[in-house]
Design a protein around this ligand. Structure first.
Ligand SMILES: [Zn+2]
Length: 249
């Protein structure tokens, strides 16, 4: 993954305190990751999935599957300990192969052995500095709100990444390849109920062509051919405008 995390800990078997530093990966391909030097897991990971395969349950929290089917597998036991000790974890949400979004802090808030699933909630960063009794105050409503907000951000970011991959990270009109100037636009606006956050409804556009698309200067036919508004093509005051737009049709 190329991501590392610096941890220090106290050498307890010495009469004085020595701070040692260890570098290690934050993520494990197994999903639940516990570095050897820690007693509890550090992170959980979900693999990139299709847009319809949502990992969140009806209450809006993340439903995280056990590792395997044995509730006593050491990784599952580790998450259960994190639940009982109110220990925060890092959640890596796979958006496309090789790309993850990190969410911190997340807490295991429930364990359901019959469905081999843990329930995971995102919490406020301030929660990690509080005593467990303080963290529990109003925790359900706060975590439900924060998790819902984070979930929406994960979906938006996932949509962007999948659309950019589908369009090879270039504007569908002018082929511009600068990522910082590219948007993933919805072909059917996302305020319309039938608009789905799927690649089929997305198109990669540079900032200028996104604005032109939203202003109905440019349009896309059902066969994905590009249409430029007629009055713009016939503009006399700025003849370069029509030539410029015609280049891409
Ligand atoms: Zn463009």
């Amino acid at each position: 993954m190329g991501m590392f995390f610096l941890v220090n800990y106290l050498q307890k078997d010495l009469s004085f305190k020595i701070i040692e530093y260890h570098w290690f990966h934050l993520v494990s391909p197994q999903g639940i990751f516990k570095p050897k030097i820690l007693d509890l897991p550090l992170s959980i990971t979900t693999a990139p999935k299709g847009p319809y395969d949502d990992s969140f349950n009806q209450e809006g929290f993340l439903a995280y599957k056990y590792r395997g089917i044995n509730p006593e597998h050491q990784d599952n036991v580790g998450l259960r300990k994190a639940l009982n000790k109110y220990v925060p974890l890092i959640y890596f949400h796979g958006i496309v192969p090789g790309k993850y979004l990190a969410v911190w802090p997340v807490y295991i808030i429930a364990d359901d052995p019959s469905n081999l699933t843990f329930t995971v909630a995102v919490d406020d960063c301030e929660a990690i500095y509080k005593e467990p009794s303080q963290v529990r105050e109003g925790a359900y409503a706060r975590r439900a709100y924060i998790t819902t907000t984070v979930r929406a951000r994960l979906h938006q970011r996932g949509f962007r990444e999948r659309v950019l991959v589908a369009y090879r990270s270039q504007c569908a009109f002018c082929r511009l390849k600068h990522l910082e100037l590219l948007d993933a636009a919805h072909i059917i606006p996302d305020i319309e109920s039938e608009s789905m956050p799927t690649v089929d409804n997305g198109i990669a556009l540079c900032k200028l062509h996104h604005a032109a698309f939203d202003s109905f200067i440019l349009g896309i036919n059902p066969d994905y051919t590009i249409e430029v508004r007629e009055d713009v093509l016939e503009e006399k005051e700025w003849p370069n405008a029509s030539a410029w737009f015609k280049r891409f049709t």
